[in-house]
Design a protein around this ligand. Structure first.
Ligand code: MN
Length: 256
């Protein structure tokens, strides 16, 4: 898939940028949900939003499920290397197969061991979250129990807080069985306590196809950008530089 040189270059960039991406509020930010091998979705997003004044945050789960995982991951990572400040891929549970294997994992299961090892090592260096100074955090699953946004930098792969970020579901009394039984799940009081500690008004995430788009009085937004779940909608969330943020309703949902 990737040359050794490509992996080394991207690895250095990821190390430099760290586990917590601090987004530039002067740019328009686009949050892209799970793409899961939906190459067409990624191509549409890049064709429409890859511009010097825009940052595109892929919320993880680029591989598995859909038919074009290899090409989809290639495209995202190559574009990342060419445009380091315009494209970010956060870690989803499907990028973290090397730390916590699961099944089915069609993309990972197809790889030869000599391909899997360097790729898995690379993807375990992906950032966990993207923070926007207007009070918004983007990550794959659920909020970690930490006392500040900066603490996300120091979360270790494999820890409980890492598992919340990459695997966590949200449940709510209005949405019974919103989570999937074997995955860690957190409720409204967890959300409110964690969001308040982090000082954020809005969480933008993906990961949980059974979750309603808006939860917790519109402070939690779940977006999906893949046709792999059999949902007709593929959308992204757009935050413009001049937009005031109180709830997730202040982000614009755009179908791609
Ligand atoms: Mn996921």
């Amino acid at each position: 898939m990737f040359s050794e040189r490509f992996i080394n270059e991207l690895s250095s960039l990821l190390l430099l940028q760290g586990r917590l991406i601090r987004l530039n509020p002067e740019r328009t930010t686009i949050f892209v949900g799970d793409t899961h091998g939906d190459l067409d979705a990624t191509e549409r997003v890049l064709a429409r939003f890859l511009k010097p004044n825009t940052a595109i945050v892929f919320l993880g789960d680029a591989v598995d499920r859909g038919p074009h995982s290899d090409e989809n991951l290639d495209l995202i990572l190559e574009t990342k290397l060419d445009h380091p400040e315009s494209v970010y891929l956060l870690m989803g549970n499907h990028e973290a197969f090397g730390a916590l294997p699961f099944s089915p994992a069609d993309f990972w299961n197809r790889l030869k061991p000599e391909e899997e090892k360097p790729l898995s090592h690379l993807l375990l260096q992906l950032p966990f979250a993207a923070w926007h100074p207007r009070g918004l955090l983007g990550l794959h699953g659920a909020l970690p129990e930490v006392s500040s946004v900066g603490e996300i930098e120091r979360i270790k792969v494999g820890s409980e807080e890492w598992e919340a970020i990459t695997w966590g579901d949200w449940t709510d009394e209005e949405v019974p069985n919103a989570g999937i039984s074997f995955r860690p799940s957190y409720d409204r009081s967890d959300f409110e306590r964690r969001a308040s500690r982090l000082g954020i008004k809005v969480l933008v995430r993906s990961h949980q196809p059974t979750a309603p788009m808006y939860m917790f009085d519109d402070h939690c937004l779940t977006v999906f950008t893949s046709s792999a779940y059999g949902r007709g909608d593929r959308s992204v969330a757009v935050l413009r530089p001049d937009q005031r943020i109180e709830t997730a309703r202040d982000l614009k949902i755009v179908e791609i």
